[in-house]
Design a protein around this ligand. Sequence first.
Ligand code: RB5
Length: 150
Amino acid sequence: MKKIALSSDHGGYQLKMEIIEYLQTKGYELVDLGADSGESVDYPEYGAKAAQAIINNDVDCAIIMCGSGIGISIAANKFKGIRAALCFDAYTAKMCREHNDANIMAIGGRITTIDRAKDMVDLFLETPFEGGRHQRRLDKIDTLAADSWK
Ligand code: RB5
């Protein structure tokens, strides 16, 4: 069973708690990296926590949220080896796995209903990567970006 990290700022806090409740019923092992309340915090910290959990192999993947999903996905994507996909619906949640091998899904807590988020989370967790030409393109991202990580 997959081990999943969840993190959010205040804008994603409520949706994070609802997703945790949902995933608990499915038996996943979950790690809640905060935030711990709806009080205002800074999303970069929570994008970084999720990225580091993956890089350290503490979890298999992560679901992260801020108000729009934008800031926290930008923050997570700064880390080497992270492919954080900002998803809006079932289609983007499925594609981010099939074509992009996303290891993080970012969601906008202020624009996503829990029913839609449940579908997205199921697709993110259950859809396999297709590999092949998509792996070549992912390798190319790393090659093209490598200089900036030195
Ligand atoms: C916080 O107000 C908001 O800026 C944040 O949650 C996120 O949407 C940033 O991208």
